[in-house]
Design a binder for this molecule. Structure first.
Ligand SMILES: C[S@@+](CC[C@H](N)C(=O)[O-])C[C@H]1O[C@@H](n2cnc3c(N)ncnc32)[C@H](O)[C@@H]1O
Length: 753
């Protein structure tokens, strides 16, 4: 019995490898070896769709075949005597021992080099050559058959005409201020000064021999080192008194401070120049001074308020410190906050709730209009400041639960450029702030678009959301509180076989998740629906003579509880509808892929990250828009909502829907593509309607993701499909399984013919 199931498991493993282009011959010895390594435990091998096995085979390629062109011959020689049957793979034969000595499996495959490369490349701590793994792994990639991934293309972003491959700018040294600022110290959170009288602005509590009136001293750490902040502002030209034997460094920066004077933006802002002097002695004493050229009517804020403001900016938005954190920028931030608070006499006692994102207080706004106090909140290249917000200019009509966008947003958007708020690109739409950073000198800000939290119907899409259509079987009216804690699963679990898709921790259950991942990675192995009449997708590619339908994967849906259910919003079966909860950041990838999205938190496997949100278009609308964008040389980012296509016979045009985030979208529009081993997978989620023509496209982690790792998603592009417009971008994903990089062996054979 055991051996039979082992045989079956081996057969499945070898089948999966075959899908990836690995022959039974090359996969069998590696499988044997893995089994030996894992003590005949199949789980780590089967996990993540046999990723460990695929990695081990690739590792073996790399280590045994110095030349890509030699791989085949060498392997043939090596494996010539091996009868690689599934049974042998499990039971082991006399060759196992031989292979063992050859196998390069000196490390556990789960902590494989792909993970490490991903982490480094997604993390700005480690400037790398643009595509190290792509180059390094070319041999390994050679083993993958491109055909293995020819699933139904879901992501058809653009045509050749609209490709805009970003030029990789030379990477600036990460710590911009290192040279100026040689004597870095790390501040401990200071205790508020008990005697300080913020109104007088000159309180001093110090036992430091070098202290002077106007300087506030506090311990730097448990030792006797201290930091001196001349917050009472010595005159700008006055230098900090020197400790003998000091080294010194100076950083200068300027910020715009809103003084509330005048009527125009410019006249209401005045520059406040900041100088940070850092001095250290060989005795370990460190002295830092901030000199701010005061603006008129400056009044000393309380140090507590200053630190709270800085803390809010960093700790509350990032929870952990961002990679670009440096004491220099922290001091700058402190300076700016000192000046801001000191200049804002109405906001002396700002509380957290008063200080909205960007350090903007509601009081400030009422006094000075809508101008933020600290300047760098909006992208410099974001365009016309006088433009209206999306809500004012484009959203013209609400219809039930769907809002209809203006008919020509793409035309209007060419003239009206929404300003991005780099401290929160969602402009408060999401529950968390989503910052934008660019560690490169090139583009400062992502291209314009309107941030929306939920999908909007563009025009003709049929999204029928009505309470009356939700039957008893599609809601749980009798439930109360949290459905996951009820003894019996409610009606909403029916869609997922009577078991909830989510765990009590709010993660997608492993078995469910693995199946969704497998569907993406091995589409050929999963059931597909075929359109009986002409396929809307094929129609959009060639309206006059569409090709036969290639099939649409019969996707697995999650069904969440909703408003017609008796449970509450905190019910464990409502994850996607609660929105983004993890800390995300839009960043410039600098790897030729443009902007990308990364997480600032560590994310466990199965965690919800975000939805892919955009305008809901019909098939015809999408086709028209694609043509229009082609002629304008614009990017288009559409995703087909084809999970149910073909299951019901004839599809009307207004039922064949897609999402396009080009003009209206959420943070999902920044997620770049990665072949095969992306760390996100899309899962259709039913919320407001049982109709599977329209659903939410939610992205969940396929594995544990480290802080600052780039979030990626396999768009399902078939790079071999000459007619697929998505092929227009040259894949730079860097995955060792990249489908955009062709098989050298195949190329060699093709060339020989
Ligand atoms: C949904 S957008 C992703 C965000 C995009 N990088 C940006 O800067 O706005 C898709 C576009 O990003 C680029 N892109 C995404 N993944 C890529 C990859 N693996 N290699 C090269 N370009 C990629 C392509 O231009 C693609 O059309």
């Amino acid at each position: 019995m055991g051996s039979k199931s082992n045989t079956e498991r081996a057969r499945r493993a070898l089948d999966a490898m075959k899908q990836l282009g690995f022959s039974k011959k090359e996969a069998t010895p590696v499988l044997k070896n893995l089994l030996r390594l894992f003590g005949n435990n199949w789980e780590p091998i089967e996990d993540e769709c046999y990723r460990a096995l695929a990695d081990a085979i690739l590792d073996r390629h790399q280590e045994t075949a110095p030349q890509a062109a030699d791989i085949g011959d060498q392997e043939d020689r090596e494996l010539g005597g091996c009868s690689a049957t599934p049974d042998e793979a499990v039971c082991g034969g006399s060759r196992v021992a031989d292979n063992d000595t050859d196998e390069p499996l000196t490390k556990k495959p789960r902590t494989n080099s792909t993970d490490l490369v991903t982490r480094q490349r997604g993390t700005s701590h480690h400037p790398q050559s643009p595509h190290p793994s792509l180059a390094d792994d070319q041999d390994a990639t050679a083993a993958i058959s491109p055909q293995a991934h020819g699933g139904s293309p879901q992501f058809r972003p653009q045509t050749k005409a609209s490709v805009r491959l970003s030029v990789t700018a030379p990477k600036r040294p990460r710590q911009m201020m290192d040279e100026d600022f040689q004597h870095t110290a790390f501040l401990k959170e200071p205790k508020p000064e008990p005697d300080m009288d913020a109104r007088q602005g000159a309180a001093v509590t110090s036992d430091c021999p070098n202290s002077q009136p106007g300087l506030i001293d506090y311990p730097l750490n448990a030792s006797s080192s201290r930091v001196t902040l001349p917050l009472a502002l010595p005159p700008p030209d006055q230098n900090v008194p020197q400790i003998s034997g000091l080294k010194k460094g100076t950083i200068q920066s300027c910020c715009m401070v809103n003084t509330g004077k005048g009527s125009s933006v410019e006249s209401m802002q005045e520059a406040a120049c900041l100088n940070i002097n850092v001095a250290s002695s060989t005795m370990g004493e460190v002295k830092m001074s901030l000199k701010c050229s005061a603006v008129p009517k400056f009044r000393m804020p309380s140090l507590e308020a200053v630190f709270k403001m800085v803390e809010d900016k960093y700790l509350h938005s990032y929870k952990i410190l961002p990679p670009e954190f440096s004491i220099g920028s922290l001091m700058n931030e402190i300076c700016q906050c000192v000046v801001q608070l000191g200049s804002d006499h109405t906001a002396e006692h700002n509380t957290e709730s008063e200080i909205a994102g960007n350090g903007r207080s509601s009081q400030n706004e009422s006094i000075t209009g809508n101008i933020p106090f600290v300047k760098p909140i909006a992208c410099e290249n974001a365009g016309n400041r006088k433009c209206k917000s999306a809500g004012e200019s484009f959203i013209v009509e609400g219809s039930g639960n769907s809002t209809i966008a203006n008919q020509q947003p793409h035309l209007a958007l060419a003239n009206l450029k929404p300003i991005h708020d780099v401290t929160d690109i969602s402009k408060g739409e999401e529950r968390v702030r989503i910052s934008v950073v660019n560690e490169f000198a090139s583009e400062k800000c992502p291209p314009s678009f309107y941030y929306i939290r939920g999908n909007l119907v563009f025009q003709n899409a049929y999204v029928n959301i009505s309470v009356a259509r939700i039957g008893d079987e599609d809601c749980c009216a009798d439930c109360f509180g949290n459905c996951l804690s009820a003894p019996i699963p409610c009606a909403c679990a029916r869609e997922t076989g009577g078991e909830y898709a989510y765990t009590v921790e709010g993660l997608v259950r492993k078995t469910f998740l693995d199946e969704c991942v497998s569907m993406n990675r091995f589409p050929e192995k999963h059931h597909k629906f075929f359109c009986t009449t002409s396929c809307p997708f094929e129609r959009s590619r060639n309206e006059s003579s569409p090709e036969p339908c290639r099939g649409h994967l019969a996707r697995k849906f999650i069904k969440e509880c909703w408003s017609k259910c008796g449970c509450n919003m905190q019910c464990g079966n409502r994850v996607v509808q609660r929105g983004i909860t993890c800390n995300l950041q839009v960043f410039f990838s600098g790897e030729g892929k443009g902007w990308g999205l990364r997480t600032l938190d560590e994310l466990p496997k199965g965690a919800f990250v975000c939805e892919y949100v955009g305008e809901v278009l019909t098939n015809t609308e999408l086709h028209e828009r694609t043509l229009q964008n082609m002629s304008n040389g614009r990017h288009t980012f559409p995703v087909l909502l084809d999970a149910d296509w073909g299951s019901e016979g004839v599809m009307k045009d207004e039922e064949a829907l897609s999402l396009d985030s080009t003009f209206y979208g959420n943070v999902g529009r920044f997620i770049n593509h990665r072949c095969f081993d992306a760390n996100l997978v899309e899962i259709p989620v039913e919320v407001e309607t049982p109709d599977h023509h329209y659903y939410h496209l939610a992205l969940f982690t396929t594995k544990k993701v480290e802080p600052f790792e780039e979030l990626t998603w396999d768009y399902g592009i078939d790079f071999d499909d000459g007619k697929d417009p998505a092929k227009a971008f040259q894949c730079l994903c860097g995955s060792r399984y990249c489908r955009g990089t062709r098989h050298p062996r195949k190329r060699g054979k093709a060339a020989a013919k």
